[in-house]
Design a protein around this ligand. Sequence first.
Ligand code: FES
Length: 248
Amino acid sequence: MLNRDDNELLTQVGLGTPMGDLLRQYWMPAALSEELPKCDLPPLRVKLLGEKLLAFRDSTGQVGLVSEVCPHRGASLFFGRNEESGLRCVYHGWKFDVGGHCIDMPNEAPDCPLRKKVKLRAYPCSERNGVIWAYLGPREKPPALYDLEWNQQPDNIPFMWRNYRACNWVQAMEGDIDSSHINFLHRTLNFDDLSTVPGVPIPGYAATGVRMLQEAGIPRLEVQDTEAGVLHTAARNLGACGDYYSLE
Ligand code: FES
């Protein structure tokens, strides 16, 4: 059992915290591409590592991830207009591009030096295979985006979703690693109505998947060190066909 201080150290991830600094060294998924389907649509609220951010797709299709708070007088840019390659604050009209640069300041003279100084906090994004990744770290040039098996597949990956978990990242990670709970907690007695399965995102979750996990109740857990970190798998014997099914 962790004491209170260790627990705080591990779970607090805001700017300037030790664990926040560590996690900011890595790219992280921020949103699904389908949540920003077209250019110049209203921004999407995204909360990452305790930061209130907005994602938006500008007129050229580029994705921006910026602070929700306007650097002028603190109005929420969530209510701003995403127009002509920038997000315009509704309060005084300052407009910011995906890099956080102020590109219009209608309440100041055109040569106002302030425009070059003002910067909205903005993070680099990269979009691949239906997922928008963000790098919140300090490096001017972010590291290369990970080449994971699933993010190099064709664009038609059938099973991708984003959900809200009311817990800290450690609790979520522990739950994911603890694969053997799936057979019990996420079981169903009625395959015709998967909405009764706790924690299963509906739609998009095939009945065969739930049945398979339920019937293969004893996962074989394996852990491997890799260059990118630790690879954890829970393999289940599918019996009749003699194959193993792995969750990673
Ligand atoms: S508060 Fe955003 S432009 Fe003034």
